[in-house]
Ligand binder design. Sequence first.
Ligand code: HEM
Ligand code: HEM
Length: 182
Amino acid sequence: MRIRNSAKTYGSIAISLHWIVAVLVPASWLSGQLGEEMSRGSEELALFAHISLGLAMLGVALARLAWRLADPPPVPEPTRLGAWTVHAGEIAHLLIYGIMFAIPVLGILTQFASGEALPVFGLFDIASPWRADRSFAHDMKEMHEALANGLMILIGVHVAAALLHHYWLHDRTLKRMVPGLR
Ligand code: HEM
Ligand code: HEM
């Protein structure tokens, strides 16, 4: 398989980065939800796991965006529904990218607004530049959660669109992202 994208299909780097992010996003969301359910003792560990997953997602998403700029994606598959599906797809992808970056930023603000340091994979901590502000932290957390839930809904639509392309429109959109799919 070729490394770079061609005009017709995705290359191995774009495909690998897509699927790594596709695992890290739901894993981050689940760990955020589970943290809420934990007993006091396990709360700290759950938050550390959540922040580590979130930071990993941010790192891979940044790598993905950099790669996308260096290696433009293939031309969208023509569909029998017309050009509006291509524009809808472009808007959805743009929204996914934007929200994917906004969530970790709001997560980091939540942590700092609580007066807590940001642990970076257990290697070092970045101290909060602020004193704890409960009401600001609460607002940041609410926005963080709302965007995280919004992203999960968008991804549901994204997956439904991918399946529609494959099973209803019978084009190569899903095949280009899933090597070996017949
Ligand atoms: C958390 C999960 C996911 C995220 C964040 C995500 C995000 C994205 C983004 C931003 C693109 C645009 C690609 C580009 O940069 O050019 C894309 C493309 C694509 N995704 Fe996903 N995706 C996820 C899961 C999935 C799943 C589960 C499927 C399949 C069922 C899927 C199928 C596709 C396909 C087929 C494309 C190519 C679309 C095209 O060629 O226009 N994605 N995805
Ligand atoms: C650098 C990355 C991130 C940081 C620093 C971060 C930080 C936080 C913090 C401090 C909380 C509050 C925990 C608590 O009070 O118990 C939280 C909750 C949460 N986070 Fe993140 N997060 C990050 C990434 C993500 C990502 C990528 C997602 C989802 C895609 C996500 C989804 C959630 C969810 C669903 C909650 C639960 C909110 C609630 O139920 O109130 N987070 N996060």
